[in-house]
Design a protein around this ligand. Structure first.
Ligand code: MEV
Length: 315
């Protein structure tokens, strides 16, 4: 069998992280930063899976893949059998989209072809979701959906809508290199909501409104691109970053990203689970401003990538 190369986009959540776990809207974007996976089946009963971006290879026994495949396509209650898989994905979790890619492989092991129908894509997405469940506990499903389908998605209560038109929008993704557990952060937000429902629920409602407002702005921007939208998008970033601090998922490293980028007139917020991890900075079409911000962020020990939103999904 010949080697296959597959790829999936990275993702960022523009707005709605954490609130999405409580049925609020999230706006998620696929980024033009891709994870590649090269799969080389052999006849010695093993399959070499190589992730060149993160310099990792695993040699899986074919029978192990078949067992996982059976569990995945069969009884979803058999989560215990997936613990073995959790070990592998944790080791490789530097690639956000690995879940999608791994399950794509499992899928390929039965269908062995390129190009998928909508139903097949949906199946891949559901398998990736199960991978997320093993790692994160009770994920909303936003991450696997955007990595599978690409583009810009509004995700709410397990369902998503793809934005028909996506504006050109550049983003600086900064990795603070502070590690954190999504599972623990999601649980800490839950505790806070249970402790202070009357205080926290309005914050979640406000985040929901921010996602909707941002969606309207992106739609308008796609129809008639104009500089006038940037201040609105930037203000939404600022408000949401404050909200995320209120619900307890901020971190001093993320505050640093916001502070450093603000000195260059740029606006940032955490993206994803928070507590460290990554921040996104909205970029205006001015390369000089970006380069100076990048240098200052690198001097803090952070790693940055300049990218744009609306990349294609798995392919
Ligand atoms: C993590 O990328 C996003 C969270 O909202 C968790 C989830 O939606 O499953 C924090």
């Amino acid at each position: 069998a010949k080697p296959l190369t597959l790829s999936a986009p990275g993702k960022a959540i523009l707005h709605g992280e954490h609130a999405v776990v409580y049925g609020k809207a999230a706006l998620a974007v696929a980024l033009n930063l891709r994870t590649f996976l090269r799969i080389k089946p052999s006849n010695n009963g093993k399959v070499l899976i190589h992730l060149p971006n993160i310099g990792t290879s695993v040699n899986w026994e074919t029978f192990r893949l078949r067992t996982l495949l059976t569990v995945f396509s069969g009884n979803p209650e058999q989560m215990d059998a997936l613990k073995e898989f959790a070990g592998i994905t944790t080791e490789l979790s530097a690639a956000e989209s690995l879940g999608t890619l791994a399950f794509l492989y499992l899928y390929l092991s039965i269908s062995a072809k390129y190009g998928w129908s909508e139903e097949e894509m949906d199946l891949i997405n559901r398998w990736a979701f199960r991978g997320e469940q093993v790692i994160h506990g009770k994920p909303s499903g936003v991450d696997n959906s955007v990595a599978t389908w690409g583009g810009v998605l509004r995700f709410q209560s397990g369902k998503f809508t793809s934005l028909k038109r996506v504006p050109t929008l550049r983003i600086l993704l900064t990795n603070t290199k502070v590690s954190r557990s999504t599972k623990i952060l999601v649980a800490s937000v839950k505790d806070k909501i249970l402790k202070f429902p009357a205080i926290m629920n309005p914050v979640l409602a406000s985040i929901d409104a921010i996602s909707h407002e941002c969606e309207s702005v992106l739609e308008a921007m796609a129809v008639s691109p104009s500089q006038e939208y940037y201040p609105v998008l930037e203000e939404l970033f600022d408000i949401n970053q404050h909200h995320l601090n209120v619900i307890g998922v901020g971190h001093s490293s993320l505050d640093n990203v916001c502070r450093v980028t603000a000195t260059h007139g740029l606006h940032s917020k955490l993206t994803g689970a928070g507590g460290g991890g990554c921040a996104i900075t909205l970029l205006r079409p001015d390369p000089l401003m970006v380069e100076a911000a990048r240098q200052d962020l690198s001097a803090c020990g952070f790693e940055c990538w300049e990218t744009s939103i609306g990349a294609p999904g798995i392919c």
